[in-house]
Design a protein around this ligand. Sequence first.
Ligand SMILES: [Zn+2]
Ligand SMILES: [Zn+2]
Length: 232
Amino acid sequence: MKIYYDLHIHSALSPCGDEDMTPNNIVNMACLKGLGLIGVTDHNSAKNVRAVMEAAQGKIKVIPGIEVTTREEVHTLCYFPSVDAAEDMGELLRKHMQNIKNRPEIFGRQLVMNSEDRIIGEEENLLINAINLDIYEVQKETKKRGGFFVPAHVDRQSYSVTSNLGFLPPDLEVDALEITESGLLEYSLKYKEYEIITSSDAHYLENISEPQNFLKGDGKITKKILENLYKI
Ligand SMILES: [Zn+2]
Ligand SMILES: [Zn+2]
């Protein structure tokens, strides 16, 4: 059984996310593309996860997630076993967030929506800034909530563990690594002892993955996902 996934999708809550990235648009586009599993991973917040999950009911499976910017400005994908756990992490991040207001005219609006795509609020603090927690603390807080910790786009030249720390710390416990499509060949060899995930990092509807990456069920994270979501 092949379950095609895209575990790195931004909604309209991310300032850089297109305003068309509404809960229903994300779900419907993912269904049209033939995906079976998506992850909603806005920057430093889980405020649209619940709405996407509600919109997805009976259509597609959704993993609650957050793309956390650590103190070192490293993007890390944190996936949670429930929306409550993701929102709890969101509360923690809120407490450790710099008090810098978003400037929508520059960065874009940060829309909180309900499952009918109605705007129910706007996040005032700029969500793309670094949180005042280091990468080890983010890892620990994710694990504390039963989550998976996955450094994002490790092959990129910015906001990645390799670009900002210079290397992947061997003592950092990760469940998998995310490598972009273009870096897959080179970096999956470099990190062949790790489980690798490839997703779109879509900020626009058209960038949501084609059905090309699927869960194999032989790695730690994917095995857990299969067990939890599909009872396999
Ligand atoms: Zn990122
Ligand atoms: Zn992202």
